[in-house]
Ligand binder design. Structure first.
Ligand SMILES: [Fe+2]
Length: 581
């Protein structure tokens, strides 16, 4: 049975196509519009999903859409308004309080509908209206095909539980807001998910961090990760003001102000404390609350495995604290943890699939060698085609010779991380590599880079990796670095000694595994620096043309597109594919 999943919201719109519980394709709108975390209805993702899978509208046998009152139905009715809302949220800053900023702020923070978690009766009635709206968006969908709606946090919960492969687990979801909620706890057993506890969007860590991001001059709903990076440079104990969140085992209470007033209060704090200390304080409040909540529910249910989803779990330090908890035997973090992952979650919830361990994240667009060759010839750079074994050893050799290379291979990653198919790779022992990469890619100097390494070597470099081994395949969790990691690979260790490592397994990522294996034979270590293939603030590259454009713009040394090696004009490649500079 071919099923289409759709997530549409202010942010991270996307689609999934499954054949029963087999995933065929997953992608997000940002990769097509080239605006990070693009919201609205995912028209382009849909078009590409059908193109990439070779399916037609006649093949679709069911449609699952996430959200009843998220996005706000008025915005759903007028998709252009939704786009405007996305842009206004994005461009929001202290200096420009535009008309649209105010409307969107009202819709998100003050509109009473935003805080309603629909009852079963409401869901039924809303489905009738929403079905009509969605059918209009899908004019080629045969009229007899059913369209189902799944509550926002239910979709988050099902997605993460399904991909964890656990037979039973505690499922925690946390975000800004979704269908009136910001935090839920559920138990997953077999192919059922039962909600145990929920918390209103009025007490939302996601919205708190969104406002703090804005106050610090970053882009809300995009740059929250920068706060995590900054928190390592600060001291939470320096903040003497009262923690606005409290949790008593039953109710999560937020006593602070909202919207403009919240930003005013945060600005006041910023006048007294450094941004680093403020970030460290916020991070510690988040960690303490979420960890206590998880400990409480693990003790209550007797479960040992935890799976998490929702934008709040993009926070890799929080995920580290969770897997380090004594009560946690294993942690899985949904690879596309934000709303970008709702399209798969909606399908899993509707059809109640039994959990299967997600093997990899390579579910996106793929281009033929002909497409790639045409793009290379068009851009006029020197290139060579090699066989697979030559390519693996040449990539390894380039990294060993301190070259910075980009790899564009087969299917694009789903979710925020580049895991080898749209990655920039280089030697992580180079002392000046952070400055060099920041300069080439126009990135922030306080954001740490991350390593990729072979699964069999992980124990030498990461403390306690076993508990988050599966999550680490998707680079969604930090680990404390061992002394060896700190001494040998300084470039991928953050100031607090943590590292957001990707573990590469032969069975799940065989070509990247081969490259690291070759690199280890040359250098004695399998640890390389792996960062996403994009310029700063842009989504990860999708097409060969975007890869070539980014390669030229950044001035990286070599670009590998499937079996083609491309050099900068001044370098060139000879008949063996070796560099000629
Ligand atoms: Fe969400």
């Amino acid at each position: 049975m071919i099923i289409l999943g759709i997530s549409e919201d202010f942010f991270d719109a996307g689609v999934t196509i499954c054949n029963d519980d087999q995933i065929l394709f997953m992608s997000n709108e940002e990769r097509y519009t080239r605006r990070k975390n693009e919201g609205g209805f995912p028209y382009l993702s849909l078009e590409n999903a059908l193109k990439q899978t070779g399916l037609t509208w006649k093949d679709i046998e069911g449609v699952c859409v996430s959200g009843f009152v998220t996005p706000f139905p008025f915005f759903r009715l007028f998709p252009n308004l939704q786009k405007k809302a996305f842009v206004s949220r994005r461009e929001k800053n202290q200096k420009s309080e535009t008309y649209w900023n105010n409307i969107t702020e009202w819709a998100v923070s003050y509109n009473p509908i935003s805080y309603i978690n629909p009852s079963e009766g409401m869901k039924k009635n809303l489905s009738i209206i929403l079905r009509k709206i969605i059918r209009k968006r899908l004019p080629f969908l045969p009229p007899h095909i059913p369209i189902y709606f799944i509550e926002h946090h239910e979709a988050h919960a099902w997605g993460s539980y399904f991909c964890s492969g656990y037979d039973e687990a505690l499922i925690v979801t946390a975000d800004g807001m979704g269908d009136g909620l910001s935090l839920t706890v559920s138990k997953g057993q077999g192919n059922t998910v039962t909600r145990l506890w929920k918390s209103s969007a009025k007490s939302s860590f996601g919205l708190f961090f969104e406002n703090l991001t804005e106050v610090l001059g970053f882009v809300p709903c995009r740059d929250e990760g920068k706060l995590t990076g900054l928190s390592a440079h600060g001291d939470a104990n320096k903040i003497k003001d009262e923690n606005p969140f409290s949790w008593d085992g039953d109710i999560l209470l937020y006593k602070g102000p909202y919207g403009k007033k919240l930003r005013g209060w945060l600005l006041q704090l910023l006048s007294k404390y450094s941004r680093e200390d403020l970030c460290a304080w916020s991070q510690s409040i988040l960690e303490q609350t979420i960890c206590s909540l998880i400990q409480y529910w693990l003790n209550k249910t007797g479960f040992k495995k935890v799976t998490v989803a929702g934008g709040v779990f993009a926070n890799v330090l929080l995920n580290q604290r969770i897997h380090e908890l004594q009560e946690v035997e294993e942690l899985f973090v949904y690879p596309n943890m934000g709303d970008g992952g709702l399209s798969l979650g909606a399908i899993c919830s509707q059809y109640q699939f039994y959990p299967k361990s997600l093997p990899h994240a390579f579910w996106g667009d793929c281009f033929s060698n002909d497409d790639i060759k045409t793009a290379i010839v068009k851009c006029g750079l020197p290139f060579k085609e090699l066989d697979s074994q030559q390519i693996f050893s040449f990539i390894a050799e380039c990294i060993y010779r301190k070259k910075i290379i980009a790899r564009f291979y087969d299917k694009m990653e789903w979710g925020p991380r580049a895991l080898g198919n749209r990655s920039i790779l280089c030697d992580s022992t180079m002392r000046d590599i952070t400055e060099k990469l920041n300069d080439m890619l126009k990135r922030s100097d306080f954001m740490p880079f991350a390593p990729a390494l072979l699964d069999e070597d992980a124990e030498q470099f990461l403390v306690g990796y076993e508990k988050a081994r599966h999550a680490a395949e998707f680079m969604t969790c930090c680990f404390q670095s061992t002394q060896k990691m700190k001494e040998q690979h300084e470039a991928v260790v953050h100031i607090d000694g943590t590292t957001r490592a990707q573990i590469v397994k032969k069975e799940n990522n065989p070509t990247f595994y081969e490259i690291l294996k070759h690199y280890k034979n040359l250098s004695g270590t399998s640890v390389v620096l792996n960062t996403s293939f994009n310029m700063h603030e842009s989504p990860i590259v999708r097409t060969p043309e975007e890869a070539l454009q980014t390669f030229i713009e950044s001035g990286l040394d070599y670009l590998f597109l499937n079996n083609f090696v491309v050099a900068q004009i001044q370098n060139g490649v000879n008949d063996n594919g070796k560099h000629t500079e």
